[in-house]
Design a protein around this ligand. Structure first.
Ligand SMILES: [Zn+2]
Length: 619
């Protein structure tokens, strides 16, 4: 499940979490438990693209598919559909900026203190005259062009960061919507990527950028993970003081003066900087990470054999954290038991059940587990662009993403299940209602075929979709999404229903009729830490889930939370809660469940070998 930050707003949702009593089939639950325990183990390293662990997970899935009786989907019989994703970029070896002035000689700038390359740009070299181009903006709608009547072809362009009057309050005489539109337009032209592209459009050989005056301490931006395509011009940021020197000597005005004048008049002041040339060398190694979808086939038979039903789930997760993690700054395995070990395990189990008992006349079923989902549905997009079986003959796609945390609805006590895509084919809404008469979930249906997971890639290609999801929780995209919290009875019940759904679609005489339904699936809010039925919280990020951790390791204390207030520090090991020894995180959680919010509890912690007692008041 991949959310844009906008959707990841925090809200408090209070739910009780008793284990649901399902109709547990005796053999499938232990099988699923064993699959998921491996997929969400430390050995699989959070299934982050580029890790050894994700390859172990892929091997495990392929092996399970094979044992279930599936064939590898690739022409050569392999279960792996390989592709690459753009990984982080790194600075290469040849990096340098030197400036030469007719009357000043040559100065070599020092990397990281006087200049730094920007990751959103290309590798490249230039040695050419410097032209000042204001903020580097060309905007028709704003009737503003720093490049008007300026020849920068083959030249090195010097620009100021952001945009004229950036950050200025715009609230007079315009309504909120108009204001928002202006803000968006300004953000767009001010974006580094837009400026690099614009310089490229004007055939500049390289780009030098300085902070605008509002950046008081004139920090050089760190070379960051690339957000750009990396195919435009090489670009570096240089210190504002150096830019100022270039303007003073090359056009006779200070940078402050020029910036103020542009902001006041909204008129460009672009011009060549007399006598100055720059030599710029940037090399960026952009790592391509090889990844793979795991795809197995159960062949069809009879007149429907050329049609395909897809059952899929992504198997990648966040590895050791990084941009997708909500545990900011924490480098720890994100086990991804629910997201999406649960869906992956369900697809494996469905393969076993369906392959064990195929009807005589049937469509082909293609079982797919995708990589690169957390980085933006990359695996399913790759399949949609390079389908192994024609998409026009693909009658439906069923996606399971986070189905391991079925919890009861507060009112009805039925398990709450989200089903997306019910409007993506004419028959789907009635079909799911009919099935649910038997399974009796508390359904939250969404007609939309677009949502935060891989079914979207199929829907956009005209394939009807179903999406199953048990909802967000406070462990979402954190290292705490672990097997212990999985509701296997609930998962099994979902697999039962999806099996019955799949059997219907497998053999139905008529294929579902696609509807290009509008809208997108609304995910809801992420429950806040400490807000569900796990006992009160003292607010910290756990560091270790090993059984033999010796206690509950505190990876990072939440600022101003109860632990912080009590003086607990990052790296502390909690070994006793209210006089009861806790040997690991699970024992800690169990002990905390007995405590009450607002009631002080004595903790024993071990810090650098010392045993210390602290009193904490959980919330
Ligand atoms: Zn996710």
């Amino acid at each position: 499940m991949v959310l844009r930050p906008r959707l990841a707003a925090l809200a408090v949702i209070v739910v009780a979490l008793p284990v649901l009593a399902g109709d547990a089939s005796s053999s499938s639950i232990p099988r699923m438990r064993s699959d998921l325990t491996f997929l969400a183990s430390a050995e699989c390293e959070g299934r982050g693209p580029g890790t050894e662990g994700i390859n172990k997970a892929a091997d495990y899935i392929a092996d399970a598919f094979r044992k279930a009786g599936l064939k590898g989907a690739m022409p050569d019989g392999s279960f792996f559909q390989p592709f690459t994703i753009k990984g982080a970029s790194k600075l290469g070896k040849d990096i340098g900026v030197s400036l030469s002035g007719a009357d000043f000689g040559t100065m070599n700038l020092k990397l990281n203190s006087a200049f730094s390359p920007m990751a959103a740009t290309a590798s490249g070299a230039a040695d050419a005259p410097i032209v000042f181009a204001g903020y580097g903006i060309t905007s028709d709608s704003m009737k503003y062009d720093d490049y008007a009547n300026l020849d920068v072809a083959g030249k090195v362009v010097l620009i100021i960061r952001k945009a004229p009057r950036y950050g200025e309050e715009r609230h007079m005489l315009i309504d909120e919507q108009a204001r928002q539109q202006i803000e968006n337009a300004v953000a767009q032209v001010a974006a580094l990527e837009s400026k690099v592209k614009n310089a490229h459009t004007h055939k500049a050989a390289a780009l030098l950028m300085v902070n605008d005056a509002s950046e008081k301490d004139d920090k050089i931006l760190e070379f960051r993970t690339a957000s750009g395509s990396g195919d435009a011009v090489p670009a570096v940021q240089i210190k504002r003081s150096i830019g100022d020197m270039l303007l003073r000597t090359g056009m006779g005005k200070s940078l402050d003066e020029v910036e103020r004048s542009i902001d006041a008049e909204l008129k460009p002041m672009s011009q060549p900087l007399k006598g100055w040339t720059a030599k710029v060398d940037v090399t960026i190694d952009r790592k391509e990470t090889p990844v793979k979808n795991v795809i197995g086939v159960l062949e069809g038979a009879g007149p429907l054999a050329d049609q395909t039903l897809v059952i899929g789930a992504h198997y990648d997760h966040l590895g050791y954290g990084g941009p997708g993690s909500l545990a900011r700054g924490v480098k720890a395995i994100h086990f991804g038991a629910d997201d999406n070990g649960s869906g992956t395990t369900s697809v494996i189990e469905l393969a076993r059940r369906l392959a064990a008992n195929p009807p005589a006349n049937r469509r082909r079923i293609v079982f797919m587990t995708f990589s690169g989902e957390e980085m933006g549905l990359l695996g399913s997009q790759h399949y949609a662009e390079h389908p192994i079986f024609p998409l026009k003959d693909t009658v439906a796609m069923i996606n399971l993403d986070m189905v391991g945390r079925l919890a009861p609805d507060a009112e009805t006590h039925k398990g709450k299940l989200d089903v997306g895509g019910t409007g993506s084919a004419k028959s789907f809404n009635a079909l799911i209602d009919e099935l649910n008469a038997k399974y009796d979930f508390k359904l939250r249906k969404s007609a939309a075929g677009i949502g935060p997971s891989d079914h979207t890639s199929f829907f956009l290609k005209g394939v009807p979709v179903f999406f199953f999801f048990t909802g967000l929780h406070k462990e979402y995209h954190r290292p705490t999404d672990v097997v212990d919290l999985i509701n296997f009875d609930g998962m099994n019940k979902i697999v039962d229903m999806v099996e019955e759904l799949a059997r219907g679609l497998w053999t139905a005489e008529h294929r579902p009729e696609y509807v290009k339904v509008s809208g997108s699936f609304q995910v809801g809010a992420i429950p806040r830490d400490g807000a569900s039925g796990r006992g009160p919280s003292i607010r910290f990020m756990p560091g270790n889930y090993d059984d033999d951790a010796g206690g509950a390791l505190v990876a990072s204390v939440t600022k101003d939370g109860p632990a912080d207030k009590a003086g607990i520090k990052d790296g502390d090991l909690i070994v006793e809660v209210a006089g009861t020894p806790v040997k690991n995180m699970t024992a800690y959680t169990a002990e905390m469940r007995k405590q009450k919010a607002g009631h002080p509890v004595e903790f024993t912690i071990v810090r650098k070998g010392d045993r210390i007692k602290v009193t904490v008041t959980p919330e």
